[in-house]
Write a protein that binds this ligand. Structure first.
Ligand code: KG4
Ligand code: ZN
Length: 338
């Protein structure tokens, strides 16, 4: 079964064709970075306009690279939540219209299920496992029982980890997107250069929760208070120290979840899963089976959407023509099953 997957939730216009939820026949990602980097962040209005301009050529390119025409496609899928409303609407409306006009089934896909599925595109992974979703909008530690069945254990109580990377980079004028740049600069810095505070949310329902707004404030407004004076105040040192704290904040809660649940397979997904320090910290834990998607599948792409859609379709699920977009996912709260 060949599925065309469309993704337009933020600032990448993407489309891919995936066969049987596994084999990537094409994966086209048109990045809008040059249009947003002058503003040091995503401008929603520019993002939706670029999606509207690019969606057709991107979908055509995905079909061309897969050496297929529309008639060869069995179903169309598109991200419908969460994300920027205007951006989501472009891909969703395009996908629904294409499916309706060509008489094919349509599947709306939750973007975060897509991120979790990215690693499944390159290897067979059995359920259950622990999911680590780290992106620009979310930070989630969950028990994953099936491709669409998550039990949220912990989440951020304020900013997402990706947002912290982006805001720190923006404040210091390092560029956009912040995560990639901080990761790169941190390679030439020392994590010992500053000891930023680690959030102390431990008790009761917060056992697996994380927080990044305090760290963000400390790095931006109180850097000197936490600086280790034996180190020079370079961007490289600041990035290394910030990144170390951000990554250890995540791993401390993740390791706790591993211990409590006895589940030792961890599958990561989302843009921050590309972070080299996070990958290294998890690789050090030899008792864990940590699975990361390849770098090009960590960020937003259409292949992960087509991959998830295959499983919905196989189960007989379809989305109606009245399916709408939503900026947030209220189900992503602790203790609730999706
Ligand atoms: O998954 P994604 O592409 O979009 C969302 O669904 O939000 O994630 C984007 C986020 C941005 O915050 C970006 O700075 C971050 O992922 N990111 C990274 C790295 N590459 C991208 N953060 C840390 N290290 C990286 N290497
Ligand atoms: Zn994403």
């Amino acid at each position: 079964m060949k599925i065309l997957g469309i993704e337009s939730s933020c600032d990448e216009t993407a489309a891919a064709v995936v066969e049987d939820g596994q084999k990537i026949l094409s994966n086209v990602v048109a990045t809008q970075i040059p249009f947003h980097e002058v503003y040091n962040g995503v401008v929603p209005e520019i993002a939706s306009r670029k999606h509207a301009e690019w969606i057709l050529p991107v979908v055509r390119q995905a079909l061309k690279e897969a050496d297929l025409c529309l008639a060869d496609i069995d179903a169309v899928a598109a991200t419908n939540r969460p994300g920027l409303m205007g951006s989501l609407l472009v891909g969703l409306t395009f996908g629904k219209t294409l499916a309706w006009a060509s008489g094919k089934p349509f599947i709306a896909v939750n973007h975060m299920l897509g991120h979790l599925y990215a690693a499944h595109l390159v290897q067979q992974i059995d359920y259950p496992y622990l999911g680590l979703l780290v992106s620009g909008g979310h930070t989630i530690i969950c028990k994953v029982l099936n491709f669409d069945e998550l039990e949220i254990l912990g989440t951020t109580i304020d900013d997402s980890v990706g947002e912290a990377f982006d805001k720190v980079a923006k404040f210091y004028g390092l560029g956009y997107p912040g995560g990639v740049i901080i990761d790169k600069l941190a390679k030439n810095g020392s994590p010992e250069a500053a000891h930023f505070p680690v959030p102390k949310i431990d008790k009761g329902e917060h056992r697996y929760d994380v927080s990044f707004s305090g760290l963000k404030t400390a790095v931006i407004h109180q850097r000197d208070m936490f600086w280790n004076d034996s180190y020079e105040k370079t961007a490289e040192n600041m990035c290394a120290a910030f990144q170390e704290t951000a990554c250890r904040t995540i791993t401390s809660r993740l390791f706790r979840a591993v211990e409590d649940t006895g589940i030792s397979t961890v599958v990561a997904g989302g843009g921050v899963a590309a972070n080299s320090r996070l990958r290294a910290l998890l690789a050090e834990k030899k008792e864990l089976n940590c699975i990361f998607p390849p770098l090009k599948l960590c960020g937003d792409n259409g292949a992960m959407i087509a991959g998830v859609a295959y499983h919905f379709l196989k189960r007989g699920d379809r989305s109606g023509w009245n399916t709408t977009a939503s900026a947030r996912i209220p189900q992503f709260k602790r203790g609730l099953k999706r």
